[in-house]
Design a protein around this ligand. Structure first.
Ligand code: SF4
Ligand code: MG
Length: 338
């Protein structure tokens, strides 16, 4: 497996200004020291409730927002160490697709102009070939040449997302970050777009970082899954480990909220109570302790490290002091209803 993207100790703190002098009085710790690797050709998802740092992570990788600390290495180039100008050259290798493609495309341009513009900016195709390439791209994403001279508003949400995908593909990227890319679509259209993404991955050896709060979508598309909570990675593993053998109480709670595909399988229900606490002053110790039904004194004092426990496979890690005790049933969830 070739390492394509390596994120090392990434932090993204946003200053909060206050007082009459407008000084920085505090920080929103949106991403707080996370590390992970993505290998070529795989799909890694980041899941978690909104406000857990998923999108911020995607934006920091692309330096759409300058990371506060940490290293991002892509294909042996340290992106965090190069100039903004040099970074633009690498932007053809790393593309991003957003939830609402309409928000990031110019409504007054035809589809073919939108695609040709992307190719022009990245100088990825000689001028004469751009129109031909545009038609090919439309066909690749399931649209046709007769749609090339139409405007974005003439397309449905799913078609617009296909245009967004075509635009990302137009520069031959290696990695595509999909930030809630199918979240706004109806379930049946979602499945079509996910299938398209999978076909394109096969055809062009693409690597995806898939950011989503929707675990059904994540189960469909991922090879590996990263679970984030309040700026930290709390669990990481291959899809089956995460969905069938989750170890972190937060992951278990997220999964409790979605239907089980196999209803004969026993399912422990862990309710996810309340909201995500503020990332300005995250809880001490384990950040999940204020909502965790297993929390002990140790959880309120010591931060658990992301590690592999005895009951886990080697590529599976969780950050919880009591993985084994919970696994063996020695620690029972507290009943919060009382
Ligand atoms: Fe819950 Fe404690 Fe584990 Fe955090 S470390 S998830 S509070 S049991
Ligand atoms: Mg795949």
């Amino acid at each position: 497996k070739k390492e394509l993207l390596k994120v090392d100790g990434l932090k993204q703190y946003f200053p909060i200004k206050g007082g009459i002098l407008g000084r920085t009085v505090n920080h929103v710790k949106a991403v707080d020291d996370i590390s992970f690797t993505i290998y070529e050709g795989e799909t890694v998802s980041i899941v978690g409730e909104s406000g857990c740092g998923k999108s911020t992570t995607g934006r920091a990788i692309l330096r759409l927002e300058e990371p506060t600390e940490g290293k991002v290495t892509f294909n042996d180039t340290e992106l965090t160490g190069i100039s903004k100008r040099e970074m633009r050259k690498h932007r053809k290798d790393l593309q991003i697709i957003f939830q609402d493609p309409y928000a990031s495309i110019n409504p007054r341009q035809t589809v073919s102009n939108i695609l040709m513009e992307a190719m022009t900016i990245q100088k990825s195709y000689p001028r004469k070939e751009r129109r031909k390439r545009t038609i090919e791209l439309l066909q690749t994403v399931g649209l046709n040449e007769y749609q090339a001279d139409r405007y974005p508003h003439e397309f449905s949400g799913g078609q617009r997302q296909r245009i967004g995908i075509a635009r990302a593909l137009s520069v031959n990227p290696k990695l595509i970050i999909c930030d809630e890319a199918v979240s706004a679509l109806d379930v049946s259209i979602q499945a079509q777009v996910l299938n398209l993404l999978e076909d394109l991955q096969e055809a062009y050896n693409l690597t995806y970082l898939f950011i989503s709060h929707d675990l059904g979508v994540v189960r469909h598309i991922s090879d590996r899954v990263i679970v984030m909570y309040l700026g930290k990675i709390v669990e990481i593993g291959d899809k089956l480990s995460i969905f069938d053998h989750p170890k972190h109480p937060y992951t278990k709670a997220l999964l409790s909220a979605i239907p089980v595909p196999d209803p004969t399988r026993e399912k422990i229900h862990i309710p996810l109570r309340g909201d995500v606490p503020s990332p300005i002053d995250p809880p001490k110790g384990c950040r999940f302790h204020t909502r965790c039904p297993f929390a002990q004194d140790k959880c309120r004092q010591e931060e658990p490290l992301l590690q592999t426990y005895v009951s886990m496979g080697e590529d599976h890690q969780a950050a919880c002091h009591f993985v084994e005790e919970i696994e063996r049933g020695q620690l029972k969830p507290k009943d919060y209803r009382s």
